[in-house]
Design a protein around this ligand. Sequence first.
Ligand SMILES: *Cc1c(COP(=O)(O)O)cnc(C)c1O
Length: 385
Amino acid sequence: MRPPEHVEAALRSQPRPVCAYVYDTAALRDRAAAVRAALPPGTTLLYAVKANGHPDVVRTLAAACDGLEVASGGELELAVAAGARRIVFGGPAKTDAELAAAVAAGAQVNVESAHELRRLDLAARAAGVVAEAAVRVNRAGPALPGSHAMTGTPTPFGVDEAALAGVLALRPESVRITGFHLHAVSNNLHAAAHARFIADAVDWSVDTARRHGVPLRLVNVGGGLGVDYLGDSTIDLDALRAGLAGLAVPGGADLIVEPGRILAADAGWYAAEVLDLKHTHGRWFAVLRGGTHHFRLPAAWGYSHPFTVLPVDAWPYGWERPQVADVAVDVVGELCTPRDVLARDRHVRRLRVGDVLVFGRTGAYGWDISHHDFLRHPPPVFDVV
Ligand SMILES: *Cc1c(COP(=O)(O)O)cnc(C)c1O
């Protein structure tokens, strides 16, 4: 993928050696509109902040979507600062302080266990309010295709369907349970399967609410709309729209969709300058001012991330510029570990020291999963004894 002109201009204006993420807010707004158009009219579209918590990205998507999904107290603060009209708070490890902050912010909480429901009840009682919550359920049914299954399989997320009756029977004084949260998968590229999952989640919610006397006001089907990192396609949004045509939650309850990846991925470009080129034991290596500490996804998922070469003609040194032509290179970072690899065995037509490699589709789970503020949980205490 080549960056659009305004992104290339931003990359060319960076100080050298170039090492930068460029985020394109117009691309965020365009993608939010495209995703919204694929969903049934009236669907609530939230942005899952963990995909990219840069304040400008969060603010742009808070405005372009109906609100934000957050998974920590730190993300909740970002969402409040971004002026989100609606906030949903999920995540399997909420602290009492985070539950109190969620109640204070008027967020709708996705409760993930009986213990957590009791703690939310305490927090709501202390604040003198009745909090609205959904129960996150790990359904018995089979998992969806995608890279990270969260339900239909053993995970720490949500209440096992077999234990749901016990949680719903608690009937806490200051929490009103009005729906279910059924986020199931990440990076699903199968539109028809995703549409079936959403329709099935609605049917299951209606049926489960009826059986347990839950006044159903919301069905949250989570995120998981995928992008293909090895190509330029995403989950087919036209096919998703066709698969969801006519879907509505009976009784006028709110259908909530909360993607992260598909909204932010194509708005981000990671660029790193080639600092050296070397040939060892029969392989070419392009060594970058950057690496997996900035962009961990290819190392975490075990694939080679595609890139384009941004040629830079300036050459400040008084000797011949190292370059290769028509060879395969391993693209590695500046860290002193052989695992700092962004791409292996990629053909380049020409590559020179001083050129810049540009990695597209890095706006979601790029910088964010690579640094210690991922998900905006507080850092550990460092106690030197
Ligand atoms: C991560 C997450 C999302 C967003 O998932 P994507 O795969 O980025 O669309 C939505 N909801 C919950 C609960 C999540 O944990």
